[in-house]
Design a protein around this ligand. Structure first.
Ligand code: PGA
Length: 250
C-alpha cells in the first residue's frame, strides 16, 4: 500500500556535469525498476540539469531545502515557485545538517511544510534525535516534538503527500547505522505522532524513510521492518553502482 521510496541526498556534492554523468550511468542500472520510487536530491546549482537528465525515466530530482515565501528580499534563498518552475516536485525539509549548522527550527520547518503542500510539492520532513538526546532518554520526546511542530495547522488533506525521514543524528555520516529494531521503534513513534497530530489515515498512508549510514549491506534488513518504507541515503548515494545496489535491496 505504501510504495517505498529510495532517495539519495547528495548534500554539497556534484557539479551539474558530475550530476548528469551520474544520471547517465545510473539510469541503465535501474531500468524498468518500478517497485520503489527513486529520488535524488542534488545541490541547487545541479537541480535543473538533473531534472532534465532524468526526464521521462523512473528517477526524479528534488531540492534539499527552500524558503516558504514566493519571493522577496531574502538573499541566498530559493522559493517554492522557483522550484516548481524548473519541474521540481520534491523537497527535503528540516535536515539535521540544516538544524545543526544553519539554525533551522521546528517553527520554520512548519512554515516550509505549509508552503510545500500549498504549492503541490512533496515534502520530506527530516526528524531525529542527537546522541545526547538518546542518552538522556529523550528520543521519543524529541521525535514527537519535531513532528508535532512541523505539522502545526496542517490538515489531514494537506498532509496526504507528506513523507517523513527518521534520521538519528548519531547515525548520519558516522558509519554506525541504527539497528533495524531501533529504527523500527522510532518509526512506530513517528507513526503514532502522525495519528495524534493528523489522523489514523494519514499515519497509515505516510511513508517513513530511515536515514543514517544506509549501505548496500544493511538496506535489506532495514526494509524488512514493517514501519520502514524506504531510505534516505547520503554518502552511499554518490556512486551510481552503490546506489543502484541499494535500490535493488531484497
Ligand atoms: P549518510 O547521510 O547516509 O551519509 O549517513 C544520510 C543523510 O544525511 O540524509
Amino acid at each position: 500500500m505504501r510504495k517505498p521510496i529510495i532517495a539519495g541526498n547528495w548534500k554539497m556534492y556534484k557539479t551539474p556535469n558530475e550530476s548528469v554523468a551520474f544520471i547517465e550511468t545510473f539510469l541503465p542500472l535501474i531500468a524498468g525498476h518500478d517497485r520503489d520510487e527513486i529520488l535524488i536530491f542534488p545541490p541547487f546549482t545541479s537541480l535543473a540539469a538533473a531534472i532534465i537528465a532524468a526526464d521521462d525515466h523512473n528517477l526524479r530530482a528534488g531540492a534539499q531545502n527552500m524558503h516558504w515565501l514566493n519571493e522577496g528580499p531574502y538573499t541566498g534563498e530559493i522559493s517554492p515557485i522557483m522550484l516548481m518552475s524548473i519541474g521540481c516536485r520534491h523537497v527535503l525539509l528540516g535536515h539535521s545538517e540544516q538544524r545543526l549548522y544553519f539554525n533551522e527550527t521546528d517553527e520554520r520547518v512548519n512554515l516550509k511544510l505549509k508552503a510545500a503542500v500549498n504549492h503541490g510539492l512533496t515534502p520530506i520532513v527530516c526528524v531525529g534525535e542527537t546522541l545526547t538526546e538518546r542518552e538522556d532518554g529523550r528520543t521519543e520526546e524529541t521525535i514527537r516534538r519535531q513532528i508535532r511542530i512541523a505539522l502545526r495547522n496542517i490538515s489531514a488533506a494537506e498532509a496526504h503527500r507528506l513523507v517523513v525521514a527518521y534520521e538519528p543524528v548519531w547515525a548520519i555520516g558516522t558509519g554506525s547505522t541504527a539497528t533495524p529494531d531501533i529504527a523500527e521503534a522510532a518509526h512506530r513513534i513517528v507513526r503514532h505522532e502522525l495519528a495524534d497530530c493528523c489522523s489514523e489515515q494519514t499515519a497509515e498512508a505516510t511513508r517513513i524513510l530511515y536515514g543514517g549510514s544506509v549501505k548496500p549491506e544493511n538496506i535489506s534488513d532495514l526494509m524488512a521492518q514493517p514501519n520502514i518504507d524506504g531510505a534516505l541515503v547520503g554518502g552511499a548515494s554518490l556512486v551510481p553502482e552503490t546506489f543502484a545496489r541499494i535500490v535493488h535491496y531484497t
